[in-house]
Design a protein around this ligand. Structure first.
Ligand code: IPM
Ligand code: MG
Length: 361
């Protein structure tokens, strides 16, 4: 990866499967307008990898896929998965290898209740505005394990979780740093009452890191209780730090609480910048609505804004997020948010809101 200071970025687009093709196209439209307006250049290279590619070639991406992506400054991913390909084949053939090869150890997942969206929370809800910092390369997502005695009554499967001191320490540090720029609170998701080796270790290392951040308040919650409290009293939370699996589950919960997983963004980030980071919406390929033109493009566009933020195009990124907010507040929404607009209309509305906020008509 060569992060240029020239304002020219090489962006790998991997639309993937299902609605990913529709949402990536929408986000690219927004980004091209924004780039032109802000005076930087995005050189897109689109890779047609995913389940169609799998049926043609037997692989989700080519053997040299990772080295092709390594030439980019950042990656914009749509969604991966299709009903006729087992999920562990599609995801472990494309998404997970990218996260791991590029050591994108932070999965950053903001969830904020925007004006204009009804949340299923109690009417007395406080504003929900959290960022989930999910460990993204180890933990419960591991290839360590196996199956024995296939097809026999005594068949067994063993799956080992892998937690390393380095892995926990670096994700905890990221969460504490981030909390320092927000309200100064970290909630760490644990389950040390039931999972007696890895979770006490997680707690110990998080506590050690906390010593370096005396100005940040650390509270530890068992993940089940945290899930309940996020619904009952979301104002209690700011930065939520979790392992790979806990962060995954909590981020879908948070996304649902802010109205729809269709708007929730994600950055898979290598904070060292040695490798390209990857930005993708939290939602999946949504086979039930493919081709209907009604996929919510906001999660993808918001992820693309996070990509620009990572590329340090801060003005462009905040311009897009402000445009998203104003479009939603004005009631232009796809059906998942109770609206009647389609993907193109929402995308067009984001572009015009962005342009009018910058004074261009
Ligand atoms: C996510 C997704 C993935 C994950 C799946 C598709 C492997 O749920 O990014 O949240 O669990 O990491
Ligand atoms: Mg998930």
């Amino acid at each position: 990866m060569t992060l240029s200071a020239t304002g020219t970025y090489r962006i790998a687009a991997v639309p993937g499967d299902g609605i990913g093709k529709e949402t990536v196209a929408a986000a690219r439209r927004v980004l091209d307008v924004v780039a032109q307006n802000e005076g930087f250049t995005l050189n897109w290279i689109e890779y047609p990898w995913g389940c169609d590619y799998y049926f043609e070639t037997g692989r989700m991406m080519p053997v040299d896929g990772i080295s092709k992506l390594a030439e980019s400054d950042a990656i914009l991913l749509g969604a991966v998965g299709r009903a006729d390909v087992p999920d562990h084949v599609s995801l472990w053939g494309l998404l997970i290898p990218i996260r791991r090869s590029f050591d994108q150890y932070v999965s950053l997942r903001p969830a904020r209740l925007l004006p204009g969206i009804e949340s299923p929370l109690a009417p007395s809800r406080e504003a929900l505005d959290v960022v989930i910092v999910r460990e993204n390369t180890e933990g419960e997502y591991s290839e360590v394990g196996g199956r024995l005695f296939a097809g026999q009554p005594g068949e067994i499967a063993i799956q080992e979780a892998v937690f390393t001191r380095v892995g926990i320490e670096r994700i905890a540090r990221y969460a504490f740093e981030l909390a320092g720029t927000r309200t100064g609170r970290v909630a760490s998701a644990t389950k040390s009452n039931g999972i007696v080796h890895t979770m006490p270790f997680w707690d110990e290392v998080v506590d050690e890191v906390a010593q370096d951040y005396p100005e940040v308040e650390l509270t530890r919650f068992h993940v089940d209780a945290l899930a309940a409290l996020l619904v009952l009293d979301p104002g209690r939370f700011d930065v939520i730090l979790g392992s790979n699996l806990f962060g995954d589950i909590l981020s879908d919960l948070a996304a649902a609480l802010v109205g729809s997983i269709g708007i929730a963004p994600c950055g898979n980030i290598d904070p060292t910048r040695r490798n390209p980071s990857m930005f993708e919406p939290i939602h999946g390929s949504a086979p039930d609505i493919v081709g209907k033109g009604i996929a919510n493009p906001i999660g993808q566009i918001w992820s693309a804004a996070m990509m620009l933020e990572h590329l340090q195009e801060f003005k462009a990124a905040s311009g897009i997020i402000a445009a998203i907010e104003s479009v939603i507040a004005s009631g232009i929404k796809t059906p998942d948010l109770g609206g009647t607009h389609n993907t193109d209309e929402v995308t067009d509305a984001v572009i015009s809101a962005y342009l009018s906020s910058t004074g261009v008509k």
